[in-house]
Every structure is written in structure tokens, then in C-alpha cells.
Write a protein that binds this ligand. Sequence first.
Ligand code: BGC
Length: 443
Amino acid sequence: MQKRIMSLLIIALSLLNNLNAIALFPKDFKWGAAIAEFQNSGALRLPHSNWAHFEEKNKGFGRHKDRSEYSINHWDDYKKDIELMKKMKLNSFRFSLDWSSIEPKQGEINQEALEHYHNLSDALIAAGITPMATLHHFTHPQWFDDLGGFEKEENIVHLVNFSKLVFKQYSSKIPLWCTINEPAIYPFSGYLIGIHSPGKSMGSDGIRKCVTVLKNILEAHVQIYEALKVLPGGQEAQIGIVHNVLKFTPRYSWEPVESLLSSFFTTITNDLAMQFFKDGTFDYNSMLLFTSINHKNPRAPHSFDFFGLNYYATVVAGFNRENIFGATKFPHQIMGDMDLPLDPQGFAQALEDVAQFGKPIYVTENGVADDTDVRRRIVLDEYLTVIKNKIASGIDIRGYYHWTLIDNYEWHNGFDPKFGLCSADRIIRASGHKYREFIEKNK
Ligand code: BGC
């Protein structure tokens, strides 16, 4: 008798759970994974990229001076990657259209590269996987940098022209478009702390160059959005920005250096961009750094059909594991391998932050560097639960793209950090299976 009651209870609970799931995730919710071309196809395939040059200059990255030419070869093996996506039941895939492969020299269009992205898009569609394309994911042709890149406002037109070119090619196949990946992280990493291409840090110019690049890249986003919207297919396409809500917090709020640095960094990595999307103002005024850059574009708040949220963590500023001032964690937190703690509360807050724009939200990146794969399963568990709860509370979240599909070239960290649902030999990890189970249960 007791046994029968127990099994009835289990059936009732699982029914409830299923009902709950059906009620919570919209039917056409996008279950995805995200990649960037350079991180998966490397300098061998993309020799004209700014990152190929940056990598060459630095003779490789990470502890072992890794070279991206040894990354997986997604470019040629994309069919294998689609098989993995199918096995994990993904129904969407975010990838970047690499500008340097399509326009290796200014004005010279590589037809083979154009064909490649047609083939990739066709193969995805045939597999029932909706393509989501990113137009700029930290990389561009070296010639663009030689012209001064985003340091010069007059160069924006080159990215706009590239965007128009590819949109005309693929708009009938690709319904979801991301203009710029992380407009604030590009200048922060490349012009403030100098770990990304072009490897500049605060020099004689102080903070000026970094903030100028940020302003220009935000402006580039608006111009791309407007240029694509008036092209054939522009009204049907969903075009958005991808912003990493990256904030810094002091480990001890009373500690002046931690507090000062946290607020200085957060202004650059988050607040200026968020303000711009909110009301079109961009005001950087630092008496301490003798810098004032002010700009206004009232069209900015209307320049995205969806908001792409990348979220990894809130950085805790203090003394880290190696006793160096940098990124650490609060005692209750679990640390990832790249000194970013697991932070589901921060994720919930980030969703609230971007919900203020009143546009649909796609979580365009989220994940953890984890060579044990244990923490990745925790991330999937906790962060997907946050999404479920936020949808239930009325926030319009349309998709989740885990970063990343397969272990990749993690920029200045080389191959050390393992972000993949699959390993580089294309084996689905336990976390990949867990993601599939979650999708099956909730789609
Ligand atoms: C970037 C990815 C990167 C990931 C993990 C994101 O900021 O868009 O290219 O690999 O973080 O560090």
C-alpha cells in the first residue's frame, strides 16, 4: 500500500514538473551553443585576421604559448559539429561571420568564404538548427586595424559596408543577427589592460583612446542596425546587440583601492554602454584622469530588436589565489578556472538590468572555464533555473546559448581554459549530456 502511494506521488510530481516545464519555456525557445570563428578555426584558416597578427607578435598565448592553428578546424569540419549539436538536441547555433576571411584585403571579396557560410547556414537549417550570426566578435581584417580600426570614427563605414554585404547574402537564411559582440570588452581588453588585440594599454593618452574606441564601436552598432533594417529582409530579421554585463565589486567595501578600481572598471565594462542603450547618452568625465568624452545619439535606444546578454560573473576585486591583486571570490562562491566565480545571483540581476530596455532577451553567452566539467554542470543547473524563474516572473527571454560548443582557443589564455560542452576531440562531456536532458525535459 505504502509502495503504491509512493509511486502515485512520484507520478504526480513528475506530471507537475512537466506541466511546469511546458508552462515556463516558450515553445520556440532557442536552445543553443555559441562560438566565434577565430577561436574554432584559428590563424591557419584566418591568416588575415587582426588576431592572427596579434598572436604572431606575441608568439602564441597561454602558459605554453599555444598557437591557434592547432584549434579544432570548425571551418572544414562544421558538419561534425552539427552532428554534435543534433545529439545534444540544440535548435540554434550562434557563430561569427569572419570579416577577415570574406574581405582579406580591402575591397577584395573572397567568394569561397561567402560560399562557406552559405553551406554552413544551409547545413544548419537542414538539421533544424536556427543560425544566429555575429558580425564582429573581437576580430576583423588586419587592414582595418592598419587604418586605425575603431580609434577613428571615419572607419566605422567599413564595418557597416561589410555588414550590408553579408546581410544581403544571408538574410533569407539567417533570422537572428548580432551586430557587435561585447562592445565594452573589446576596448577594455584591447586598449586598457592590453591583453587582447591590438594589445594597447593606458599610455601617454591615458584612458582617452580606450573610451574613444568604446564610443565609436557603440556608434558602429547603431549604424549597422539602421543600415540593415532598410535592406530587403531587414524588417523580418531580428537584429540585436550583445553586451556582457560585467561588473566589478570590491571584496571589502571599506577597502579604498578595491572600491576605486571596481567602480573605475565597471564604468568602462558596463555602465557607459548600458547608459547609451538606455537613453543615447555617452558621458565619460574623469577629473582624476583629465578626460572628458561626451556624445549623444538619441537613436541608440531604438537600435536593437533584442538584447543579447552575455554573462559570466561579477568580478570580485581583491587579492587572488596567487596573492596578486586581481580577481578573487567571496568565501561562499565556487571559483571557475579563469578566476570568475559561479554567480547565479549576479546572473539574475543582469537579466533584470537588461529587462529594463523592454526588448526580448537572448542569453547569447554563459558558461565557465572548467577542466573538471563538474562546475559546468552546476552552472547549467543553476543558471537555467534562474532563466526559468525569470520567465515565470514575466521577463521575455527567448533563448540560451551556452559558451561554448567545443573547447576553443581562449584568446590570450590559449588552450588552457576548457569551456566546451564537448572536448576538442569532439566527445560530448557529461555537461553536454546534462544540457540535452534539460532541453528534452523543457522544450
Ligand atoms: C567572449 C568569448 C570568450 C568568453 C570566455 C566572452 O567574453 O565573447 O569570445 O571566449 O567570453 O572568456
